[in-house]
Design a protein around this ligand. Structure first.
Ligand SMILES: *[C@@H]1O[C@H](CO)[C@@H](O)[C@H](O)[C@H]1NC(C)=O
Ligand SMILES: *[C@@H]1O[C@H](CO)[C@@H](O)[C@H](O)[C@H]1NC(C)=O
Ligand SMILES: *[C@@H]1O[C@H](CO)[C@@H](O)[C@H](O)[C@H]1NC(C)=O
Ligand SMILES: *[C@@H]1O[C@H](CO)[C@@H](O)[C@H](O)[C@H]1NC(C)=O
Ligand SMILES: *[C@@H]1O[C@H](CO)[C@@H](O)[C@H](O)[C@H]1NC(C)=O
Ligand SMILES: *[C@@H]1O[C@H](CO)[C@@H](O)[C@H](O)[C@H]1NC(C)=O
Length: 250
């Protein structure tokens, strides 16, 4: 009850340098509730099918209200759209798996097999290369156990109730290890449908071990953005549920 009252009051007389606890953001040394900012931001979420950004040229679309579009959800790419000799199943518009598979089709001419939930991608062992009809191996890397991550890898979130009942997948667009705050940028659909820039959905911080092992922290890096952008991460999204990443060998 006390927590609820604190959450609802607009300005709190708490000191902060950069971060505030819980559902608050820091502005000019004071903590403010995310409540009103989140309301504004929710009002801006685009409708189903609206372009929300392009990651390395691969477009992502909003999947808000997809239940109103049930008859048009399955997406196939025909030979006249790809140049390949067969029709390719991309996925359900515009879920996270759809973006990941479309990215690999556009960039690598390859697609991983059908999955029921995004987390199952972590256990897949092959993808089909439509250029030559052969199978390509996939390699999986556990979060925090490898120094090897690169653009095109698929970042996989585990299932977690109540916010990640199917897990989640995003595409690694860029990796920056040599900067003061190491990070990756990712492209994705069906997370919050509001990308932080036209070119990436979110930046995620990397924790680098002394041995150079890469641990992706499931927290939006808002350095350089408005302080209230922190509020885009809701309480359920900051749990450490990133299992690792999957790479197409080519
Ligand atoms: C989704 O549908 C609901 C109810 O039909 C509507 O109130 C809401 O504005 C829609 N949201 C978007 C993003 O279109
Ligand atoms: C591509 O082929 C599909 C299926 O044969 C057809 O429905 C579609 O109109 C074609 N698109 C173009 C741009 O020719
Ligand atoms: C992946 O495989 C492991 C080992 O067989 C299993 O424990 C795990 O549940 C599987 N994960 C998914 C998401 O299917
Ligand atoms: C498509 O082309 C590849 C490479 O030439 C070939 O291996 C494959 O059998 C073809 N598939 C179909 C459905 O024609
Ligand atoms: C792919 O994996 C199979 C089975 O593990 C292995 O035999 C094969 O050599 C691998 N191919 C490549 C190109 O790595
Ligand atoms: C997360 O926050 C939302 C809104 O701020 C609240 O309704 C929900 O109960 C919170 N969930 C958890 C698990 O704290």
């Amino acid at each position: 009850m006390i927590f609820l009252l604190l959450t609802l009051s607009a300005g709190l007389q708490l000191d902060c340098k950069t971060e505030c606890d819980g559902d608050h953001y820091c502005y000019l040394g004071q903590c403010y509730s995310c409540f009103y900012f989140r309301k504004q931001w929710e009002a801006k979420i685009p409708d189903f099918g609206v372009l929300i950004g392009k990651g390395n040229e691969v477009p992502a679309y909003s999947c808000q209200n997809d239940t109103e579009h049930l008859d048009e959800l399955q997406h196939f790419l025909h030979p006249n759209e790809t140049g390949f000799n067969q029709t390719i199943y991309v996925g359900l518009k515009y879920q996270c798996v759809h973006y990941a598979r479309n990215y690999w089709i556009q960039k690598f001419g390859s697609a991983f097999p059908d999955v029921d939930t995004a987390d199952q991608i972590f256990n897949l062992t092959y993808a089909i290369d439509y250029g030559n009809g052969i199978y390509r191996n996939l390699t999986k890397f556990y979060n925090g156990m490898s120094n090897n991550i690169k653009a095109g890898d698929l970042l996989i979130w585990n299932k977690k109730q109540p916010y990640f009942p199917y897990g989640h997948v995003a595409v690694v667009l860029d990796v920056q290890l040599e900067v003061e705050i190491p990070f990756i940028t990712i492209g994705e659909q069906n997370y919050d449908d509001l990308w932080d820039s036209n070119y990436y959905a979110r930046k995620l911080k990397i924790s680098l071990s002394n041995f150079g092992l890469v641990y992706i922290i499931n927290e939006r890096e808002v350095n350089g953005l408005q302080p209230q952008e922190k509020c885009k991460d809701y309480n359920g999204s900051a749990d450490d549920v990133i299992i690792g990443w999957v790479r197409l060998n080519y």
